[in-house]
Ligand binder design. Sequence first.
Ligand code: F6R
Length: 609
Amino acid sequence: MCGIVGYVGSRDCSEVLVSALTKLEYRGYDSAGIAVFENNEIITVKTKGKLKDLEDKLGAVGKPQGHIGIGHTRWATHGEPSDVNSHPHSGARVTIVHNGIIENYLDLKEFLISKGREFLSDTDTEVVAQLLDYMYNGNPVETIDSVMAELKGSFALGIMFKDYPDRVFAVRRESPLIVGVNEGECFIASDVPAILQYTRDYYLLEHDEIATLTREGVTFVDEHLEPIEKELKTADWDMEAAEKGGYPHFMIKEINEQPSAIQMTITPRIKNGLPCLEECGITLDKIKDFKSITIVACGTAMHAGMVGKYVIEDLARVPVTVDIASEFRYRNPIVGKGDLVIIVSQSGETADSLAALRLAKQKGATTLAIVNAKGSSIAREADMLIYTLAGPEIAVASTKAYITQLSVIYLFAFELALAKETISPAECKRLVSALRKMPEAVQYVIDSCEEKCKFIATKLINAESLLYIGRGLDYALSMEGSLKLKEVSYIHSESYAAGELKHGTISLIDEEMPVISVATQTDVIPKTISNIVEVKSRGATIILVCTDACARKLKEGVADYVIEIPHSDELLMPITAVVPLQLLAYYTSINRGNDPDKPRNLAKSVTVE
Ligand code: F6R
């Protein structure tokens, strides 16, 4: 999604803006631009392409010399990626950058055209710039407030008024925006990593609040233009966490961070060998009466929910439905008082997941958020909250966030099973103890499988399509393996319940279709092996991810490549088994010459529908 930055201070503003934008590259973008006050004039330089292209252009035309400005990376929504559609956009006296969508922009555009305004771009953003200019009454904050009343949608804006060359304004509705502060300087940004090189202190801008940034500091007013005091926050992770630290890509760095991410996430939530989620607002008493659970999320987070379904149903005997947030929110779901709705989200800002959370609350359900980004909208609005403590996840393809989501879901499932008395405290302690071994087990899998995955990935370079199969938890995991591969390698892939193949999909199998099978669940391994034999006999190349115990029983020639992982508690196997799937995706992406950190067309934080 688009990234916004802004600066007011005494540094070289163009440099600050470009440098801050590089820290938002992970969000995904197709064009970039900056606008800086130079001798009281706003100078805008923008281009289609990457930040490198912007830097080249700045080199060619001369970078604006000044200390106050705004910058943007654009992920196209309205209008193709092009120089003219890139941000910043301007009206005669106003220049803005924008993240999000203005839903009523066509009506507003029509109105402005009827008033004689002309538009250069296809964007909804230019409509806001023109509207600000049209409604400008000499007072920027009042004007922004009046314009906000006209806008529908979710968005964040960084704004400069030509008449006020000493300040930058910021406002948001739904889309995230923070205001960083330091001695003699202030920043705005879509996310904390953008400002970490300058300061760790920041404010979270709330809906419809307007911030005014000057060298003296920042002031805030609410939607009624009343001045407000806000709580200063401090980022608890530093630059290093948001840098590659010697790895070629964030994705592989984050895969390698998984053991410590699990450790960080589970350790504070275990006391006396049992789960302890009191600090997250969860007690046995509070959860014992839930009759049904719905897990709502998007993409990888939804796949973590799929694992949750199997685990919660198995341990706590409570029916669990998993729903895609964009479906849940528009289908009048059956949830209400006495039901628990769990929202899983790395960013805590995913538009559909946030809307699903609000709908669930409106219908009377109790909500639990499992979120990585501190202070995000989903984290703030849910009734109960468990943070995954994965640290910043920069690569677009989620890895360590997924594994920590699983870890939290396991802890919650154990706690729920205790509350429901479907497992004994002794059994719970055994499960917790098995979970505690996961950081070490994941480290072992990374160390023992990476070379093999690298090699097998060379065999996938020319594949046009792949199938991932498994049963039960292995099926839930196959979904994640398949998504990971397709998003970073651009090879089409599907995940399928292995037993369902015969009902149609097996017709796709031939020599050209590699099949990746996951087999970690002892009860169904013989069944999955039969399915593997069926696809093998139709010519498919088989890559099998299985436990060492399964590998020992495997007949010669059943699979072309076998990736063995150590056997642990069966329910916990997804935590270790996902690692080779992540590595296969990563190395296939590299082999095909892609940038796994910034897959085409994708954005890290999907703050629009
Ligand atoms: C895939 C991926 C996405 C996200 C999805 C939800 O690797 O990262 O599928 O899982 O966009 O995002 P969050 O978790 O931020 O709500």
